[in-house]
Design a protein around this ligand. Structure first.
Ligand code: MN
Length: 137
């Protein structure tokens, strides 16, 4: 890991792949893991209705909401509204999804690490419209 400032224009904004996300979602790499760190920091911008598929993180994930109005659900739990300044703590190997509200965008930082085998995220099926549109608790 070399000391430096990673400039805002060093990496291009990418459109998130549609086998892992529903709707228009943009990803900006804030920090890509550099040995010995395993931390990845991504700024993710979800347009209204945009969300992740169901997925799980080998060593968990921290989300920090920067702007907009979003939604988060852990499997078996309620759909919860998330707002700027909220930090969502997602334990290891816990099925969940996150995204924008149906009529609002949402931008969060996503912080996650890989495990000893290099695994970080396991992607699963898309969140159904009925699951997504359940009114937040
Ligand atoms: Mn996640």
């Amino acid at each position: 890991m070399k000391p430096r400032i990673v400039r805002a224009n060093e990496s291009q904004t990418k459109i998130a792949p549609n086998d892992m996300f529903v709707g228009q979602v943009l990803q900006d790499q804030v920090f890509v893991p550099e040995d010995p760190s395993r931390l990845r920091v991504t700024r993710v911008t979800f347009t209204p209705g945009g969300r992740t598929n169901w997925h799980a993180h080998a060593v968990g994930q921290i989300l920090y909401v920067l702007s907009g109005v979003g939604r988060y659900q852990m499997e078996g739990g309620p759909v919860e509204e998330i707002r700027p300044g909220d930090t969502v703590v997602i334990p290891p190997n816990t099925r969940h999804w996150h995204g924008a509200a149906p009529d609002q965008m949402m931008c969060h930082l996503a912080l996650s690490e890989s495990d000893d085998q290099g695994n970080a995220t396991t992607w699963q099926e898309a969140v159904s419209d009925p699951d997504y549109t359940t009114a937040p608790a």
